[in-house]
Design a protein around this ligand. Structure first.
Ligand SMILES: [Fe+2]
Ligand SMILES: [Fe+2]
Length: 197
């Protein structure tokens, strides 16, 4: 596997880990006896917003997708769907934020609708990443040249863009914060207290 593909898959794994954590905690908070710490949900949603928006999707759009369409025009319909999903993803995160605001205002009610909003987003993004891994990467491996891969690798490693590198450091710090705040088995943070009765 070349380095660019390895980085792209690693980025998907980081995002999938936070999505898994978010779903797990949203499920756990259905229990009316648990008082959720909303800052954990907020940090996770911020990561889900910023990691794809600031780092991952721009690299896919500008580099991998553009080169793939140039070398294999038959992939254009697929790439158009995936580009549209990048835009849709940002809108769906806004809906997720609104659901979290409503949950925080309404707690101890509204855990069900919040979980439904989380599951909706997780499923949407899981399908998106799966299509990239099962359809885009195999096509790219078939048609891209060594020069293409070198350029994609540069972009994905952040070497070509010092700003991207700074963003990556920011996001790495946010990821560490999520791990330190989220309770087991997702992270190392304190257990969520029982709700006052
Ligand atoms: Fe994508
Ligand atoms: Fe992706």
């Amino acid at each position: 596997m070349n380095k660019a593909i390895r980085i792209l898959r690693d980025e998907h794994r980081s995002l999938a880990a936070v999505l898994h954590g978010l779903r797990h905690l949203a499920q756990a908070s259905l229990d009316a006896g648990v008082q959720p710490r909303f800052e954990v949900f907020r940090a996770m949603i911020r990561y889900i917003d910023e990691f794809p928006e600031r780092l991952h999707h721009p690299k896919e759009d500008a580099c991998l997708f553009a080169r793939l369409v140039a070398r294999a025009p038959e992939t254009r319909p697929l790439i158009e769907v995936l580009r549209a999903e990048h835009v849709e993803s940002a809108q769906r995160v806004r809906a997720l934020e609104r659901a979290l605001d409503e949950y925080e205002r309404s707690w101890p009610h509204w855990s069900g609708p919040f979980l439904a909003a989380v599951e909706d987003y997780v499923e949407f993004h899981r399908r998106h990443m799966q299509r990239e891994e099962l359809e885009v990467l195999p096509a790219a491996e078939r048609v891209l040249s060594d020069d293409d891969w070198r350029a994609i690798e540069e972009a994905f490693a952040g070497n070509a863009d010092p700003i991207a590198d700074l963003r990556e450091q920011d996001l790495a710090r946010l990821y560490t914060r999520i791990v330190s705040l989220a309770p087991a088995p997702i992270g190392l943070g304190a257990r969520w207290d029982s709700a006052p009765t």
